[in-house]
Design a protein around this ligand. Structure first.
Ligand code: MRU
Length: 367
């Protein structure tokens, strides 16, 4: 993994023992800025503005947001107000709901004086287990990479395509889709990653390119629109992406543009994998296209772009004629039939209800 990113971390408790420091992802890749959160409202704002982003990381940030709320006032009213607001910060990634419900289940039965410490301890546990979970996802994904690489001529790297940032930056370490890339690189399995830019927020161009580059993983950024063309010309061996919500039947919501990649992969017989932890599965729904809420974001993210000027400053520029209407769906859903396999911390399964039930028998029988 990237040693710089490893040293910085995406989120940690500050030395005062209660405030929370985050790496501000809206400043990357050109500036490294650590922001300190001291209130649950600041944690909520960091999620909304995408200073922190990625399904697992927003879940853990929300857990710490509840800890911050309890630190200020451990009453029932304050806890419930913070939980309800944090829950509505971003609608698609189900890890957010999962993390908030996990903390609420732990602290609600406690007396107010016991709640703060319990919330911090649980948030820390969620953070630690996210890292371990992603490492396990990486080991499972590495086996997929090894098998695909074994079928190639030895002198060529495995050409992996990814979309958005399902990387260390989106988690507490390793990432989901990137975990097998880091492990392959460490193990000396040659890989090369096609990183699609991921308009309009450019998480691929700005974040995935930054973190893979820091770790020395060979990569090339492509325009989103180039993905199908590269697959058609035999230049992609496997596509691997993350997920924000996976239904009990294996449909997967991920960053807008993922579905188009899955269609192109299907049409060109390129294996298409989705990597995610169990906390990304929404066992209450089965039809992703109809039931997963899709975040609608500001049209300004489409009509304008933020970047670094040649002079070094940061600036926003307009792309479209003034006043042009734009629509900005943040995510799309890839139906299970286009997914070759689901890569989880418990191993790999087909993108089917039976496949997921086989990996998570305990949750499936409760849900
Ligand atoms: O809008 P974002 O940047 O939060 O979207 C992130 C993604 O779509 C990731 O692929 C997903 O959250 C998985 S992160 C391991």
């Amino acid at each position: 993994m990237s040693s710089l990113l490893d040293a910085l971390g995406t989120l940690r408790v500050a030395t005062d023992g209660w405030s929370v420091e985050i790496l501000d992802q809206t400043r990357l890749p050109h500036e490294i800025e650590i922001v300190t959160l001291t209130t649950w409202r600041a944690a909520a704002e960091a999620i909304v503005t995408m200073q922190v982003r990625g399904a697992p990381l927003i879940g853990v940030t929300a857990a710490y947001g509840l800890a911050l709320a309890l630190h200020a006032d451990p009453s029932d009213e304050h806890l419930e107000e913070a939980a309800a607001s944090l829950l509505h910060t971003r609608p698609t990634a189900v890890n957010l709901r999962w993390a908030i419900e996990t903390v609420l289940a732990r602290v609600r039965p406690l007396s107010p004086s016991q709640r703060t410490e319990a919330a911090y301890a649980l948030a820390a546990q969620l953070a630690k287990s996210d890292r371990e979970t992603n490492h396990a996802i990486g080991l499972a994904g590495l086996e997929v990479f090894r098998t695909l690489a074994a079928n190639k001529s030895v002198d060529k790297p495995l050409r992996v395509m990814t979309h958005c940032n399902a990387g260390s930056l989106a988690t507490l370490g390793w990432g989901t889709a990137t975990a097998p890339m880091y492990l392959a690189h460490q193990a000396g399995l040659p890989i090369h990653v096609w990183v699609s830019e991921t308009r309009p927020r450019n998480q691929g161009a700005a974040l995935t390119a930054w973190e893979l580059g820091q770790a020395g993983v060979p990569l090339t950024v492509i325009a989103d629109n180039a993905a199908g063309h590269l697959m058609q010309h035999g230049l992609v061996d496997v596509v691997i992406v993350g997920a924000d919500r996976v239904t009990s039947a294996g449909d997967a919501a991920n960053k807008i543009g993922t579905y188009l990649k899955a269609l192109a992969a299907h049409a060109n017989q390129v294996p298409f994998y989705v990597a995610f932890p169990g906390s990304t599965i929404d066992w209450t729904i089965s039809d992703g296209v109809r039931q997963i809420p899709i975040e609608q974001r500001s049209s300004r993210e489409v009509t304008h772009q933020v970047g670094r000027l040649a002079s070094g400053g940061r600036a926003e520029v307009a792309l479209t004629p003034e006043g042009t209407a734009a629509r900005n769906d943040g995510f799309d859903v890839t139906p299970a039939r286009y997914i070759t396999g689901l890569i989880t911390e418990r191993g790999i399964c087909p993108a089917t209800a039976e496949g997921l039930r086989g990996l998570y028998p305990e949750v499936a029988s409760n849900g």
